[in-house]
Write a protein that binds this ligand. Structure first.
Ligand SMILES: Nc1ncnc2c1ncn2[C@@H]1O[C@H](COP(=O)(O)OP(=O)(O)OP(=O)(O)O)[C@@H](O)[C@H]1O
Ligand SMILES: [Mg+2]
Length: 440
């Protein structure tokens, strides 16, 4: 993409980068809506198709975006929601309770929920408070699920104008905590109404969550999704990654000077990020801040402090991923990875056997669940597991396998020899999936 800041300098004959007059403030938040959003065209198009279909049929659907932490789910939810709002949809961010509690749903979608008949008998009715959502919220807890289901439907009907309603639910994997609870029937009713397009108006539940979100929805009887309605994200495209880094440097950091230097900064940062949004964010913000502190003048090489900050953030991110795993489990996983080699998939039986050796009370399966939940491993379509980011694979091996050689040997998989391994990480023409290493 050509930016207005690319200009030829008549004085030196070299293309010069000129920052915009107004710089975008640098925020230190590293989660959620993106300051400079790029890429994800495929996912946005798929969501727009769901919208078009919903309007055409006055129906609806559940649209799910699932992937590991830091893949950019919340940022994409925000982007889709913003576009839907511009397109005339009513958009409401909801939390889990809005799917089973009519008052919470009414509150979120901003429609009145205040008829006397909707208050359950356990609620102490007080004259004069008929419009208080807070009062009804207390009442909703005591509703029979059948009644709540009907009330939820009425709220959805009221909120979904002919233009449609988008309910945005992030962290959808947390719905699993509601499985088996009193609210489950009402929750299932709401999900089914939306998923099967039975509201009589366009209503879409736009949900984002970790890799197990689809199976969590399966626990609430949502098992079959229309084609193109469940999206995994993975890394950003090379172009999108470069565009994000460039925006941070120029539009937030005020980068100015030789465009050759700018290209070098972008190359260097991209080489460490592997297209992973969380890394891009951390490295690019650090570099932008550095530039801002030094008047925006681009140097021939990226500031070493900025790179060091990016690397620290990257390790911090990986530390946070594995913090719920016992050290013995981390070591077991790292050894499996070292044995498997770069870009290879792991079988369930191998992982469970490796994790079982740590003696965690719930056994290897529980540890595997925890690893999935934290995005340490992700499940592929063929049922095998892999590490979502190549540099995280390398980090795990360096940190836990190479430094732990003195521990007892790793147990063998319980079900005999593992099937032939298969390389899973596509080679990129720019060689970016070769990790330079992150040894500390
Ligand atoms: N397409 C994108 N363009 C630019 N920046 C992005 C993009 N996607 C994500 N980011 C940025 O990357 C960072 C991580 O993204 P985000 O918080 O959306 O990840 P997530 O998948 O929701 O993670 P978590 O599971 O931890 O909630 C955020 O700072 C976000 O703004
Ligand atoms: Mg998120």
């Amino acid at each position: 993409m050509k930016h207005s800041s690319d200009m030829l300098s008549p004085r030196r004959g070299h293309p010069q980068v000129v920052p915009p007059k107004q710089l975008v403030p640098i925020t230190t938040r590293d989660r959620g809506p993106a300051t400079f959003f790029h890429g994800r065209e495929r996912e946005i198009q798929a969501f727009q198709k769901a919208q078009t279909d919903a309007r055409a049929s006055s129906g609806g659907t559940i649209f799910l975006i699932q992937d590991a932490p830091g893949a950019g789910k919340s940022a994409l939810l925000h982007e889709c929601a913003q576009r839907a709002a511009e397109d005339g949809w009513r958009v409401a961010e909801i939390t889990n309770d809005a799917l089973y509690d009519p008052a919470a749903l009414a509150d979120a979608v901003d429609v009145p929920y205040a008829t006397k008949s909707t208050v359950h008998r356990e609620t102490r009715w007080r004259a004069g408070l008929s419009s208080s959502v807070a009062l009804f919220r207390r009442g909703a807890e005591g509703m029979s699920s059948e009644y709540a289901g009907r009330a939820l439907r009425r709220v959805l009907e009221a909120a979904a104008t002919p233009n449609g309603l988008v309910l945005v639910l992030d962290e959808a994997q947390t719905l699993r905590t509601l499985h088996g609870r009193q609210c489950q029937p009402a929750l299932e009713t709401t999900l089914a109404l939306i998923h099967n397009g039975k509201i009589g108006a366009p209503v879409i539940l736009l949900a984002g969550g970790l890799g197990m979100s689809r199976s969590v929805l399966g626990q609430f009887s949502i098992s079959r999704f229309e084609r193109g309605r469940v999206m995994g994200l993975g890394r950003l495209s090379v172009m999108a990654e470069r565009a994000v880094i460039r925006d941070w440097l120029v539009r937030a950091g005020g980068a100015r000077g030789e465009s050759e230097y700018l290209a070098r900064w972008i190359d260097t940062i991209a080489a460490e990020c592997y297209g992973w949004p969380q890394h891009i964010q951390n490295y690019a913000v650090a570099a932008a801040q550095r530039l801002l502190d030094t008047g925006g003048v681009l140097t021939a090489q990226v500031s070493t402090e900025a790179l060091a900050e990016g690397r620290d953030a990257r390790v911090e991110y990986y530390d946070a991923r594995v913090e719920d795993l016992d050290r013995a489990d981390r070591v077991a996983l790292a050894r499996l990875l070292r044995q498997a080699g770069d870009g290879c998939a792991l079988d369930t039986s191998e992982l469970i056997a490796a994790f079982s050796s740590s003696g965690t009370p719930g056994g290897g399966l529980d540890v595997l669940r925890s690893a999935l939940h934290k995005g340490v491993v992700v499940k592929r379509r063929d049922g095998r597991f892999e590490i979502p980011i190549p540099s995280m694979h390398t980090w795990l091996v360096q940190e836990y396998a190479d430094s732990a050689r003195t521990l007892p040997p790793m147990p063998r998989a319980a079900e005999g020899p593992a099937p032939a391994r298969q390389r899973t990480t596509p080679r990129r023409s720019d060689n970016r999936d070769r990790d330079p290493g992150l040894g500390r």
